[in-house]
Design a protein around this ligand. Structure first.
Ligand SMILES: [Zn+2]
Length: 451
C-alpha cells in the first residue's frame, strides 16, 4: 500500500497528458456528475485543508474550475439532490420531505439530456435518492444500492458503485452519456479502511467509557442530548472523516484513470459536488439536517472538461441550483424555462458576468426533530429564520466566517431587508405532490441513519 499515492499521482499525470480535463471537442460532451454525500469543502486540499485528503480532487481543481463559495439548497440529502438534479429550489421542485414526490412536469438534468440523445445512468447509495421520490426521472438505467445493510451497518460502497459504472460504460459507450454517481462513503458511520485509518487517525482512547465510535447511531444520540463528546472525541471524528475522504478520493482517481484508458476522458465534462456538509460541534451539534450554518450548508463544486478553463477559482457565490443549468449549457442543451439557477460558465465567458444575487436554503423535514430553518444570504450577510419560533439571526460572513456573533439586533435594517426577501421567496412555493409515508421498517432505518 505504500506505493499507492505514487501510483495514483502517476495515473493523474497520465490522465492530464491524455487530455483528461483539457477539453478536446468532438460532438456533445459526455457528462459525469459525482455527488459525494456529506462532503465539506474545507476538508479538501484544494479548499485549503492542510492534510492530504484529496489528491484526485485537487488535480481536478487544477485542471478545471473551483467555486469557492457554494451554497446547498437544504441541510439534508433529499431536497438538496432534487435541487442539484432540477436546478430549482425545494419549494419549486416540491421535494422537501419523505412524503413528497418530484412535481409532475419538472424536467431534470437527465430528462433534458436524454431528450438530446444522451444515454443516461445513475447509481445512487441513499434511500433519499431511490425511485420513490422521482429523482430517477430521465435515467434510462437507475440503480439504488442500499446504504444500510441487513445487519444495521452502513458500509462504504464506493467500489461497487464504480464497478457498476464501469460495466454500464463498457456496454453503452456509443454516443454521449450522462452518468450520475452518488456516494455515501464519507457519510457516517465513519468506517475508513485500515490503511487509511493508520494514515489519518491519531491515537484516541476508544476503550474508555463513552468513547466515540463514529457510528451514526451514537452521534444521533449525542445530538439528542444523550451522552457527550469532548475535544478529543471531535478530533477523532474529524480524523475518521478525513480518512474516509482520502479513501474515496483514491477510488475516484482510479476510476478517472480508467476513463482515460478507455479514451473517454477527453470529451467528458466532470462535475464534483456534495449535497450538504457535516457538523462537528462548531455550533454545539453533530451530523447534519437541522442547522444552516456554513459547516452544513457550504458544499464543494469542481468542474472540468470541454468548455471549462484550467486552474480558475471563482469566488462569486454560487448555488446547487446552478449545477443543472451550467452542465446543460456546457453540453450545448437548451436550459428549461423557470429554473432558479444560473449558467455558471458566465464566470469565464468573455463579455459575461456572474451576477451577485440572493441565495436561499430551505426544507421541511417533519421527522423526530422537525427542520424549522430557512436561510437567505448575500455575498457577505446571512440571515437564519426559525419558522416555529420566528427567531431571526444575522451573520456577517466576511468578518465572522465562523458565525459566532448574531448581529440581528445590531443591524435591524439589514435583518429586515433580508427577511423581506425571504418572505417574498417563500411566498412563491408551489403545490407539493404528496405520497404515502415510507413503511415503518424504512422509517426505522431512516431514524438510524440520522434522519
Ligand atoms: Zn446527504
Amino acid at each position: 500500500m505504500t506505493h499507492r499515492p505514487l501510483l495514483l499521482a502517476a495515473r493523474l499525470i497520465a490522465l492530464a497528458l491524455l487530455g483528461g480535463c483539457s477539453g478536446g471537442k468532438k460532438g456533445p460532451p459526455n457528462v459525469l456528475l459525482i455527488s459525494i454525500d456529506t462532503l465539506r469543502p474545507d476538508r479538501l486540499g484544494c479548499y485549503g485543508h492542510e492534510r492530504e485528503t484529496s489528491p484526485t480532487l485537487d488535480g481536478l481543481a487544477k485542471a478545471g474550475v473551483l467555486f469557492t463559495d457554494v451554497t446547498a439548497a437544504s441541510p439534508w440529502t433529499l431536497p438538496s439532490h432534487a435541487s442539484i438534479l432540477t436546478g430549482r429550489y425545494p419549494s419549486r421542485h416540491g421535494v422537501k420531505d419523505h412524503v413528497n414526490h418530484l412535481r409532475r412536469g419538472v424536467p431534470t438534468l437527465a430528462s433534458v439530456l436524454r431528450g438530446k440523445g444522451y444515454k443516461t445512468m445513475a447509481v445512487v447509495n441513499s434511500h433519499n435518492l431511490s425511485e420513490r421520490y422521482g429523482l430517477n426521472r430521465g435515467f434510462l438505467a437507475f440503480e439504488y444500492l442500499e446504504e444500510q445493510l441487513a445487519d444495521g451497518s452502513i458500509p462504504s460502497r464506493g467500489p461497487e458503485i464504480l464497478e457498476k459504472a464501469r460495466g454500464w460504460l463498457e456496454a453503452e459507450r456509443t454516443g454521449p452519456f450522462f452518468l450520475f454517481l452518488h456516494f455515501y462513503d464519507v457519510h457516517s458511520d465513519f468506517t475508513p479502511g485500515e490503511s487509511y485509518r493508520e494514515k489519518f487517525v491519531r491515537p484516541y482512547d476508544g476503550t474508555k467509557d463513552g468513547a466515540i465510535d463514529g457510528t451514526t447511531e451514537q452521534l444521533a444520540r449525542i445530538r439528542n442530548g444523550v451522552g457527550e463528546i469532548d475535544a478529543d472525541g471531535v478530533r477523532f471524528l474529524l480524523d475518521m472523516y478525513d480518512a474516509e475522504i482520502r479513501e474515496l478520493d483514491d477510488l475516484l482517481g482510479e476510476f478517472l484513470a480508467w476513463l482515460a484508458q478507455q479514451g473517454l476522458a477527453e470529451n467528458t465534462l466532470v462535475a464534483i459536488t456534495s449535497d450538504h456538509g457535516e457538523e462537528f460541534m462548531e455550533h454545539g451539534s453533530l451530523l447534519h439536517g437541522r442547522t444552516y450554518f456554513q459547516e452544513v450548508i457550504r458544499v464543494p463544486l469542481l468542474l472540468c472538461g470541454p468548455g471549462v478553463p484550467a486552474d480558475l477559482r471563482v469566488a462569486t457565490p454560487a448555488h446547487q441550483v446552478d449545477i443543472a443549468p451550467t452542465l446543460l449549457a456546457l453540453a450545448g442543451a437548451d436550459i428549461p424555462k423557470g429554473l432558479d439557477g444560473l449558467d455558471l460558465s458566465a464566470a469565464w465567458r468573455e463579455g459575461a458576468l456572474l451576477p451577485q444575487r440572493l441565495l436561499f436554503a430551505e426544507a421541511d423535514h417533519n421527522n423526530q426533530e422537525p427542520d424549522v430553518g430557512r436561510m437567505v444570504r448575500t455575498a457577505g450577510q446571512k440571515l437564519l429564520y426559525n419558522r416555529l419560533t420566528e427567531a431571526v439571526q444575522l451573520y456577517d460572513l466576511e468578518l465572522d466566517p465562523g458565525e459566532s456573533a448574531d448581529r440581528a439586533e445590531v443591524e435591524p435594517e439589514s435583518a429586515e431587508r433580508l427577511m423581506e426577501s425571504l418572505r417574498a421567496f417563500l411566498s412563491g412555493e408551489q403545490e407539493r405532490e404528496m405520497i404515502d409515508a415510507p413503511s415503518e421498517a424504512v422509517q426505522e432505518s431512516l431514524k438510524e441513519l440520522g434522519y
